[in-house]
Design a protein around this ligand. Structure first.
Ligand SMILES: [Zn+2]
Length: 284
């Protein structure tokens, strides 16, 4: 079988030579396979890796969300910065979701950056994508109520207002296991006989915002960054939208806003977390 090797220093010949060439080819092919896999592995960057943040790795992953709020905020409207009582922290809030496209992207960014946020969800959308909201809750984000279908009408009967608030609250509880403690009225409208009033009767805190990123007004990513970062102060509640419309610019701006705010020393907390810290800071 190894007759070809008898000619020292020469090349094998005949049938043995063919086998020799074939085995050389096989070995070369195997080496190529291994190498190309190595090369591919080197160049292939998974989606989550692309937004991995080296600085954020030191921050522990958030626990499942805790939506409890102190009783002093039951039925209260939060619309201005409570910076007098909080440390250097801000809240990111996302409205109108979940959407199948943008909410998972936002969750990827928040996970990579180790940021906990607050989502004010529309019941109708939660019914369509309950697993997204279950995941958001498990990853430490708090889920608030933003009505059933984001109804535009300013005035409505009590029965309809109750349905808008309660149906959404029950669905959130069914999906996450915890009842929402906060309501954000569609378009931020806080009026008598409205859904906001029903939510206040249910001891929800009514959470508005102090900074509008203007992502729902077709702001570009650089504009969104400017809107969020200019004049950013402790206790600010930032408004973003992960709802059904086009949100590419917001998704582009979000990691940059997080980095810039973190660079200025801000911490990111959920709205209930900030309310609990305000309570702790002011109680005797
Ligand atoms: Zn909204």
């Amino acid at each position: 079988m190894f007759a070809g090797f008898e000619r020292i220093g020469g090349r094998p010949s005949g049938v043995t030579g063919v086998w020799w060439k074939a085995s050389l080819c096989i070995i070369a092919a195997l080496v190529l396979c291994v190498l190309s896999e190595e090369v591919l592995r080197h160049f292939h960057v998974p989606r989550t890796e692309q937004i991995r943040d080296q600085h954020a790795q030191a921050i522990p992953l958030p626990k499942p969300a805790d939506p409890r709020i102190p009783s002093r905020y039951y039925g209260k409207v939060i619309r201005s910065q409570p910076q007098r009582h909080v440390g250097k922290e801000i809240c990111l809030t996302f409205d109108d979701g979940p959407s199948a496209t943008f909410t998972p992207e936002v969750l990827d960014i928040l996970r990579a950056k180790r940021v906990s946020a607050t989502f004010f969800v529309v019941g109708k959308q939660v019914a369509r994508y309950p697993e997204i909201i279950r995941q958001a809750h498990a990853e430490g984000h708090v889920i608030g109520n933003h009505s059933w279908n984001h109804i535009r009408r300013r005035w409505m009967g009590a029965v309809e207002a109750v349905a808008q608030v309660d149906k959404t609250a029950w669905l959130i509880e069914e999906v996450t296991g915890t009842r929402p403690t906060m309501f954000r009225p569609p378009f931020g409208r806080v009026k008598n006989y409205s859904m906001a009033n029903v939510a206040r009767f249910r001891y929800n805190a009514i959470i508005l915002w102090t900074i509008d990123s203007r992502d729902s007004a077709h702001a570009t990513a650089p504009e969104i960054q400017r809107n969020c970062l200019n004049g950013l102060r402790s206790g600010d509640i930032l408004l973003f939208h992960d709802g059904v419309s086009e949100r590419d610019e917001m998704v582009k701006a979000l990691p940059l806003v997080i980095d810039a705010a973190r660079g200025r020393g801000f911490r990111f907390v959920t709205v209930p977390e900030m309310l609990r810290e305000m309570e702790a800071a002011t109680s005797p």
